[in-house]
Design a protein around this ligand. Structure first.
Ligand code: EPU
Length: 352
């Protein structure tokens, strides 16, 4: 177990914000977690778990103990009649895992190609893209309760997955009220995926359909979809290595059918999708775009000119955006969307 002091975090967050971890511990295996929890001071210290740093906004130096999860490994651990069960260490890079599964003949994660971040973070926000969410391919995960040292395994139902949501985003206590979450307790060490033997492509999403029609393919392979998803993402979303960002900054809001009908009357062009339960999901990117934010900026925090849902670091590494600037821009966007549409957007990244 390696304990480091005053560690610069700029290269550990995809926005490229400058901040320090007062104390950072690298965890490369279960033995490191045991060592950490055997240290009375470290065991009781408040903790912050750092994965790929692709979904955080740092607003200052991080005082809680930063746990950098570097548990590696990818392997086929078992199979059932229906699925290959692949396990990966929480520290693995997500996109590398997607690529590895396809190279080894286990399709199913191709729609989730090129999402930044680590394997351990993928269930936390139930990552999703182009019609597939992590929960559709999830089998189980292993975690450690950092308050007791106890190891445990959770299945999909126990993870309580929702849209960009899971048990890992909620606290175990809400003030004096008991909560259902594990955000302040669980450190995910390994994640297992069930990848279907009877694989079928997940098509239907507009951008993918466009690619399929262009290629004139009725039955694309998983590798073909992977290539299309990589092309679509590269065209629409900024590469954080070039232009710092944290992916979609806001969640797509859901409204009732009545609310939506009311908004459509005023805003006939609003992009919306009716969900199975009759509620309606609105495209937050469209709402922000309609308020004229695309390409605008406050200080070094900007709205990406090709996708208004993505906030970017316009100052690069040399003159990086601050977390304060990002949050000021985010609040201004929330206010203008609220004033025009009566909808309060919720941000996706964790503000530290
Ligand atoms: N749109 C605009 N203007 C914009 C942005 C979007 O008019 O500036 C419109 C688009 O034309 C489209 C609609 O809004 O009609 C939806 O846009 P898009 O297809 O780009 O998807 P999204 O809803 O903005 C979501 C996810 C992405 C995921 C894509 C593809 C959320 C918060 N975001 O974006 O996830 O890659 O769908 O499935 O659900 C992420 O979470 O970080 C992320 C990138």
């Amino acid at each position: 177990m390696l304990v480091e002091k005053n560690v610069p975090l700029q290269s550990f967050n995809t926005f490229g914000i400058v901040a320090k971890a007062l104390t950072l511990v690298r965890l490369q295996g279960l033995a490191d977690i045991d060592t950490l929890l055997a240290d009375a001071a470290l065991k009781t210290a408040p903790k912050f778990i750092l994965g790929g740093g692709s979904n955080i906004v740092l607003t200052g130096d991080v005082k809680p103990l930063v746990l950098k999860v570097e548990i590696m490994g990818k392997q086929l651990v078992s199979q059932t009649a229906k699925a290959w069960i692949v396990e990966a260490g929480a520290g693995e890079n997500w996109h590398d895992l997607v690529t590895w599964t396809l190279e080894n003949g286990y399709p199913g994660l191709e729609n989730l190609a090129l999402i930044p971040g680590s394997v351990g973070a993928s269930p936390v926000q139930n990552i999703g893209a182009y019609g597939v969410e992590l929960q559709d391919r999830f089998e189980s995960l292993d975690a450690v309760d950092m308050t007791t040292g106890q190891r445990f395994t959770l299945n999909a139902a126990q993870c309580a997955f929702g849209y960009r949501d899971s048990v890992f985003k909620h606290l175990s206590n809400q003030g004096s009220q008991p909560g259902f979450g594990l955000a302040d307790k669980a450190l995910i060490t390994h994640v297992r995926f069930a990848l279907p033997k009877n694989w079928k492509p997940v098509l239907g999403y507009a951008d993918i359909e466009k690619k399929r029609l262009q290629a004139g393919m009725d039955h694309p392979t998983a590798q073909q979809i992977y290539d299309w998803v990589c092309d679509i993402r590269r065209a629409k979303l900024p590469d954080w290595r070039v232009l710092g960002n944290a992916g979609s900054f806001f969640k797509n809001p859901t409204v009732s059918a009545e609310q939506c009908a009311d908004i459509i009357e005023r805003e006939p062009k609003i992009v919306h999708y009716v969900l199975a339960d009759g509620s309606v999901k609105l495209a937050a990117g469209w709402l922000i775009d309609a308020c004229g934010w695309k390409g605008k900026h406050i200080g070094n925090a900007g709205v990406y000119e090709r996708q208004a849902l993505v906030l970017v670091n316009r100052g690069g590494q040399a003159n990086p955006v601050t977390g304060g600037e990002v949050m000021t821009l985010a609040k201004s966007i929330q206010t203008s969307v609220y004033e025009r549409f009566g909808i309060m957007l919720a941000h996706e990244p964790v503000v530290v």
